[in-house]
Design a binder for this molecule. Sequence first.
Ligand SMILES: [Zn+2]
Length: 174
Amino acid sequence: MKYCSHCQSELIITIPSGDNRERYTCSVCGTIFYQNPRIIAGCIPLYKERVLLCRRAIEPRKGYWTLPAGFMENGESTVEAARRETWEEALAKVDIGNLFSICNIPRLNQVHLYYLANLPDPEFGVGAESLEVDLFCEADVPWQKLSFSTVKQSLQRFFHDRETGQKLLHHIDL
Ligand SMILES: [Zn+2]
């Protein structure tokens, strides 16, 4: 970030009065540009005993498998974002259920949310951001080729909970 989006003047990094953190601030009009974590919303789509995974066609982690998820857009809810991302990446229409995991990644300034989701029919396809989309039972999940640790940890806990019948909201800090 270099220039003010209001007046095009150069930005400086300074601690505004009454604040305690450095912010990008316009040296001319005084606008402060706050930067906050971004939310990634996704789901764990389940059809019978199998989960729907997508192999990423884009960086980061191109070629690795992931749960459908992506950055929230303005004007939508987290559930809407999870549903939209599942459609875009896997051409699958899911019923979003309870929130399953909240993953904090302060290092990346991101919060990842995964919902439980029901895939009513085994109907899906390969969306623009995917190379492959498929259903996996626990033993067949490509555990060594998962894209992100939030995906791996959420899936591990998901299968564990299914075995034990536990119903928890998982808080995962990375
Ligand atoms: Zn300005």
